[in-house]
Design a binder for this molecule. Structure first.
Ligand code: SF4
Length: 336
């Protein structure tokens, strides 16, 4: 959803944009000036059956939309657009839902995924002649509210973080186990040693990351006292974006927080293990570094990152030491 925002902005130049989103994703688009309305599609629960699809189709029909951009690519979303009677249904030629599209756009694997999505909004002629249209450098956009900012302020006050204290954000989580770089605890400890009281470490993540974040903050606290703000599970996605706007740098895996940092143009250090940036999901902040283990022939081994290393050694992540990352953080946040 975050990477779809450049397409949404492009389409908003031509008319109203109504976005169909799951409840989990909808909040990220709050306050976005390019979004006219958000239609909630609870496809795993309330709207999982044909009745739910019909309800969403009616909601889409009520908007009067004449084009549906099927960024997500499933047969179900294509079927909903068809049920809604949207005459032009546009998506990638490789998507499962392509049988129901009226225009299939070639997926250019050389592009960032934000650019591929943006290309769905190109004219039919340009999309037929992929490669002839100039694709701009793109960055997603998000718009945290004043309330999101106040939630961040309250959390930082809880940890006695000064208004001007530099923040170094770490996002250790990922749905895919092999994408989770295992040395965030060592990195946090080394950063606390390097910065002392001149910068603060903040661990970001969802409620599923709370245990991991707590293990990192507890490990640091045992040696150095309470120097880590544990924000995992405490902030919404947009409030996390608001916090990232304040952060001087973000160290993250190949996962959702990376795209939040891209949207807020927060300098990003991205850890890539079983996946590679060439898949199209690398960082887009102006200042960014990618850390990866180039010596392994097994990389990349999976489009998402498997839950277990198929070779058992997981060297793509284990070989990356915290010592290798600390100097990169220092590039963005000079230490004492
Ligand atoms: S097979 Fe290689 S790339 Fe895949 S998880 Fe294992 S070490 Fe990483």
């Amino acid at each position: 959803m975050i990477l779809t925002t450049p397409l949404i902005e492009r389409l908003a130049e031509e008319g109203p944009v109504h976005v169909v989103a799951t409840p989990a994703n909808a909040g990220i688009l709050a306050n976005h000036p390019a979004v006219t309305s958000v239609i909630l599609f609870d496809k795993r629960r309330a709207d999982s059956g044909i009745g739910g699809m019909r309800r969403i189709a009616r909601a889409i029909r009520a908007t009067g939309a004449t084009r549906a951009f099927l960024a997500q690519g499933s047969v179900r979303t294509a079927a909903v657009a068809w049920l809604a009677g949207v005459p032009h249904r546009i998506g990638f030629a490789t998507s499962p839902g392509r049988v129901l599209y009226t225009r299939r756009v070639a997926l250019d694997r050389s592009l960032h995924h934000a650019q591929r999505l943006w290309q769905l909004g190109s004219t039919p002629r340009a999309s037929r002649d992929v490669g002839t249209e100039t694709i701009p450098a793109l960055r997603p956009s998000l718009f945290p509210s004043a309330t999101d900012e106040s939630h961040v302020r309250a959390l930082l006050q809880e940890y006695d973080v000064g208004d001007r204290e530099p923040l170094i954000a770490l996002a250790p989580g990922s749905v895919w186990a092999t994408k989770r770089w295992p040395s965030y605890d060592a990195l946090a400890a080394q950063l606390v040693e390097a910065y002392g009281s001149t910068a603060r470490i903040v661990v970001l993540g969802g409620s599923d990351d709370r245990e991991l974040a707590t293990s990192i903050s507890s490990a640091v606290e045992a040696a150095h006292g309470p120097r880590v703000v544990n924000a995992a599970g405490r902030l919404s996605l947009l409030a996390s974006a608001a916090l990232l706007r304040r952060a001087r740098v973000m160290v993250t895996n190949d996962s959702a927080p990376l795209h939040l940092a891209s949207a807020m143009n927060t300098p990003t250090i991205a850890m890539f293990g079983p996946t590679i940036p060439a898949f199209g999901f690398g960082p887009l902040a102006e200042r960014r570094r990618v850390v990866e283990e180039f010596s392994l022939a097994c990389r990349p081994c999976d489009a998402h990152g498997p839950q277990r290393c198929p070779l058992g050694h997981w060297q793509c992540m284990r070989n990356i030491s915290a010592e290798r990352v600390v100097p990169l953080v220092r590039e963005f946040v000079p230490s004492r």
